[in-house]
Design a protein around this ligand. Sequence first.
Ligand code: FE
Length: 221
Amino acid sequence: MLGEQAVGPGRRDPACGSARNWSGAAEDMMATRAEEIADRLLALIEARGGGWYGLERINEAAHSLQCAALAERHGAPTALIAAALLHDIGHLLDGAAEDDADRGCDDRHEEIGADYLAQWFGPEVTEPVRLHVAAKRYLCATASGYAARLSEASTRSLALQGGPLGTSEIAALERNAGLADAVRLRQWDEDAKVVGMPTPPLDHFRATLVEVLLSPRAGRA
Ligand code: FE
């Protein structure tokens, strides 16, 4: 055919080089996008995380950092560290009320946060976030002594959230593949309310967020 060149041994098919260039450019774009999303999430915690964490004596940013630091210290996979850092992001979004517990309302922050994160993350991140309140209700119903471990504020919100799960709710939750990670996150959540606990700075978790966002299973950058 006129203009067509044979591509044989020793001859370079221009389309191959061009495909490689396109795939490299696409990877660069995805990496840049993941960095932008990570920066946006960290900026949100930094800008709005100065408010009190519910009725606890630490602020939202410190609580998030402590939870992520505990996950990291326990060798959690990166997606679960990201979930730990972001599990209460529903408290920080537009329209979230800081004083819902004071006013006797359940803010459903776990659903709001999980739906927000689902723009970019897969279920490895969103489901522990979505289930971290259910995991508290589950542990209070199934683990002896767990309720005594709750802070005063968490005990108060437990009542607003429906109290310990009932038998049928326990059975339904145990069929959820995300329960194990949610239970791990929940226990770090309980322990992440310590005034003055040393933690890495927020920026320490930037690389973790980027890695998870670029992961083919967990991220949707
Ligand atoms: Fe929390």
